[in-house]
Design a protein. Structure first.
Length: 258
C-alpha cells in the first residue's frame, strides 16, 4: 500500500528516472521553479541562510547547488555540486575541498549534509578551510515524532534515527543518505561531536516547517497545494510554534568555526 501511494504521488518528471542520474538535478530545478508553493519555501530558506552569514571577508561556498537557485538571492556565492551543470562554478566532492586553509567565510547547503556518507571528512575539510568566525549554515531534515511518521512513509530516502554510526554505505551521490543524520550528530551525539571537533561550535538549531514542505510535494511528489495557499500554511505553523520541537520536519543548523 505504501509503495502504491508513493507511486501515485510521484512527480511525473522524475518518476522513471534513477535518483543518481545527473539529469535528475536539472529536472528538480525545473520542478522547484514550476511549483510556486515549493519555490516560496526555498526563497524562505535561502533568505534565512543569507541572513545568518557573518559580516567578514571571504568567499561563501554552497554544496549541492545543482537543483537550487540561491545565486538569485546571493549572486557572489560559489555554486558547487558533484554533478556538472553549466550553472555551477565548481564540480567538487563535498568531503574534499579544493580551497586553501582558512580561505572561506561560510559553507552553506540545503538538504545536502544528510547525503554525505563520511561526515567526519566534511567536518575536517570545513574546519581547515573556514577562517576563525566562519560558519556552516545548513537546512536539513530533523527528527520528531511527526517527521518520523512522514519521512518513513512518504519519502524515498532512508531515515534511520537508531543508527549507531554517522557513516553509511555510498551507493550514489543522491541515493546515499540517512535523513536522520543531522539530528543524530548535532542532537543525539552532540557531546561526541564537540569532543571530536572542538573548533566547531554548534551555535544554534532552529526546528521548523512541520507541514509546508510536505504539502508542497517537495521535489519528488506532486504538489498537494496551490501557490496562494502558502500564506495560510505559514500562519498555521506560526500558531503551533510552541510545539515545533515535537512536530518540525526540518531544522536550520549553524556551526561556528572558533
Amino acid at each position: 500500500m505504501k509503495n502504491m501511494i508513493r507511486s501515485w504521488l510521484s512527480h511525473p518528471l522524475t518518476r522513471d528516472l534513477k535518483i543518481d542520474d545527473p539529469h535528475t538535478s536539472e529536472l528538480r530545478r525545473q520542478i522547484i521553479q514550476g511549483k510556486k508553493f515549493l519555490r516560496k519555501i526555498y526563497e524562505e530558506w535561502y533568505s534565512a541562510i543569507a541572513s545568518s552569514l557573518p559580516l567578514t571577508e571571504g568567499p561563501v561556498l554552497e554544496l549541492g547547488s545543482g537543483g537550487g537557485f540561491i545565486k538569485e538571492i546571493f549572486p557572489r556565492l560559489i555554486a558547487s555540486d558533484c554533478f556538472f551543470s553549466p550553472r555551477l562554478d565548481l564540480v567538487m566532492d563535498g568531503q574534499q575541498f579544493p580551497f586553501k586553509d582558512k580561505s572561506l567565510r561560510a559553507i552553506v547547503m540545503t538538504n545536502v549534509f544528510h547525503h554525505l556518507p563520511r561526515p567526519r571528512e566534511f567536518f575536517r575539510e570545513s574546519n581547515r578551510c573556514l577562517h576563525s568566525g566562519g560558519v556552516i549554515v545548513m537546512i536539513e531534515p530533523w527528527v520528531t515524532s511527526w517527521s518520523k511518521f512522514i519521512y518513513k512513509r512518504f519519502h524515498p530516502e532512508p531515515f534511520e534515527q537508531e543508527s549507531p554510526d554517522w557513516e553509511f554505505n555510498h551507493s550514489g551521490p543522491l541515493s546515499s543518505a540517512n535523513g536522520a543524520n543531522p539530528w543524530i550528530i548535532f542532537k543525539r551525539d552532540r557531546e561526541r561531536f564537540h569532543r571530536e571537533f572542538r573548533e566547531l561550535q554548534i551555535l544554534s538549531i532552529t526546528p521548523m516547517m512541520p507541514f509546508r514542505y510536505f504539502v508542497s510535494g517537495g521535489v519528488s511528489l506532486r504538489s498537494l497545494m496551490p501557490g496562494p495557499a502558502y500564506i495560510f500554511w505559514r500562519l498555521i505553523e506560526r500558531a503551533i510554534h510552541p510545539w515545533m520541537n515535537r512536530m518540525a520536519m526540518f531544522a536550520q543548523i549553524i556551526l561556528l568555526r572558533r
